[in-house]
Design a protein around this ligand. Sequence first.
Ligand SMILES: Cc1cc2nc3c(=O)[nH]c(=O)nc-3n(C[C@H](O)[C@H](O)[C@H](O)COP(=O)(O)O)c2cc1C
Length: 440
Amino acid sequence: MYATGGRSCCSSRSLASFKTSHDTGGARIRSLPPRGHIVRANASLGNGSSPADLVADLVDGKAQSGPDLSVTHFSGLKLPNPFIIGSGPPGTNYQVMKKAFDEGWGAVIAKTVSLDSSKVINVTPRYARMKASDKKEVIGWENIELISDRPLEVMLEEFKRLKKEYPDRILIASIMEEYNKAAWEELIARCEDTGVDAFEINFSCPHGMPERRMGMAMGQDCELLEEVCGWINAKASVPVWAKMTPNITDITTPARTALTAGCEGVAAINTITSVMGINLDTLRPEPSVEGYSTPGGYSSKAVKPIALAKVMSIARMIESDFDGAKDVSAIGGVETGRDAAEFILLGANSVQVCTGVMLHGYPLVKQLCGGLQEFMKQHGFSSIEEFRGASLPYFTTHHELVRMQREAVAAKKRARTGLSGDDKWSGDGFVREAESMVAN
Ligand SMILES: Cc1cc2nc3c(=O)[nH]c(=O)nc-3n(C[C@H](O)[C@H](O)[C@H](O)COP(=O)(O)O)c2cc1C
């Protein structure tokens, strides 16, 4: 059964619940190979097979064979596999969320809701794509979509129905509100009444909502963030993740603020502020609505390197400031099990997918699980926890890279130094001189 550990009590509650999951075997970064030890894939399995072709057999999200994909977050959230539907169109209503559970997604984060959907007015077109040079493969995706424009009452009814039909699966409500304590408290209470397992707080939508001081506007302002996270964590009795914006100089600063204010984890990244392009015939920006546009949010494959860097910084901060014991749910450009492996190697506990589902559909989860299992088999990993965070120690400063390279070159030179001619052998250093020319 996959369920949530929940939280215990108010202000000291988050620490208490962290301790509980931590002490009762909550995930911990395993002991790592020493610096310089490079783990290599088994060559016979590593080459030739395409991870995208490997499809896992999932029942209620659980892989029926192969390495164990189940994950336990520090917050107590247990998932049959680490793949979560990221907040957006793939979690926008009952039908699509049901489809996600049926196909085997480890958890679903619904499209962000707020108290008054009548203030949310979308436009069309609201998406624009960036294609690779073959003009077919989509590598970047811009959206100017707002949060859910469906009435809250309808969304809450659907959450309730899903929790009734899938009581053992994890449903996470993504929420956003204005700078108003009572509004946050009402939204949290009404969502919790439906039985949702956790909250993801949208402090990161880059367009539309910041005009009302919501979304990214809150996530970029640490004073505001601290206060609002305080309200949220005093009210919520289920785990809370803060979803962070990459549109900030140092993402670890607001992430630390949210975690210090009691959030059990962070999700990163939301979309990157973008302008998809200018139509060179009309000279108007895209996506064009009545000839005008507004900067939107960029996602899909092209953002993965940026997301990896942000997740790496957050995971290192969590290691140093929180003893590694907070959740990181990674998101940005994931389309294969191997993409997910990279995020997990940087410390992510789970991996979300949004645009990838819009491009490939809900059955993608079977390929994601199959590809991740294949990666695990290649390295002999039997659980996610065995390799989570394993690549994190191999980041350092550029200054250190220069020092290490200089030392390595000097060591190679020393190793190569033999006697330059037979006339150089001495009686006293004979054995050492012989040793300096031995290869093994
Ligand atoms: C069309 C669209 C709508 C989105 N809506 C939301 C939203 O309502 N709430 C939210 O937190 N993130 C939203 N996102 C952001 C995604 O959840 C995700 O953080 C981002 O797209 C990067 O992940 P991806 O490359 O897997 O899409 C949306 C993304 C897209 C593409």
